[in-house]
Design a protein around this ligand. Sequence first.
Ligand code: FE
Length: 289
Amino acid sequence: MTTRTLQQVISALPTSDGAGVKLLRSLGQAQTLRLDPFLMLDEFSSMNADDYIAGFPAHPHRGFETVTYMLDGHMLHQDHLGNKGDLKSGGAQWMTAGRGIIHSEMPQQESGRLRGFQLWINLPAIEKMKPASYQDIQPEEIPLLNLQNGAQLKVIAGTANIDGQVTPGPIQGLSTEPLFLDVHLPAGEHFVHPISQGHNAFVYIYEGLADVGSITEIDPLVTHAVGVLSDGDQLEVHAGQGGANFLVLAGKPIGEPIVQSGPFVMNTRDEIEQAIADYRNGQLTGVSN
Ligand code: FE
């Protein structure tokens, strides 16, 4: 087995999006800071309603997928197709914008903690104009594995493989073959997991510290930072003092040019112009909007 090592650290920067939701952006903070097929990773976490209450009122997307994973709180998704999705602590929403979706994502609480992540995953050219779809994933649909060393593992997408014991998550069959795990690792413990050779992979620590990969001279990966991994066929994480809670993401690179303008991610400038024109003309989604 070849263990992947830490190649690059992308520390999250504070920013705001939507109608003024405060968040931490790691991947996607600059167009050079992506990891094919992953375009962006935002973490939102606040006890202060002023940081999130304005939410994300109606806005468009075209050409990629958005994945929202909630740790704490309650958000409501509504889209032009008439879908309504209630996103609660421990649940996820996997939305394929395809040719176009217009949706809103609004907090359904006026106090308390709102905490979670939004990940953007690119689509290959051949799928960018497919019909929009989305999947609401309830907390109980996400497998929770308790490992012998006290680690806990949730499988949101792809298939977990712990010592040959496979556990499929609710999201399967996508062309980018995403693996999305949420791991809680006690202090001093190891987590080892296979990752397909040739797939791009990163770890994002949202609580604690950990060593990622087997190169001991690299400092521990700190909280709120993406650790981009080298190629290899397995991932190894060693939690520091106090343990570590982290996301593991891996996916098959698409290898196509990316032209992005805000919520539109296409292959060429012409396709972006078309997306903007379609949105202005009410043609983004292919149904009147
Ligand atoms: Fe959105």
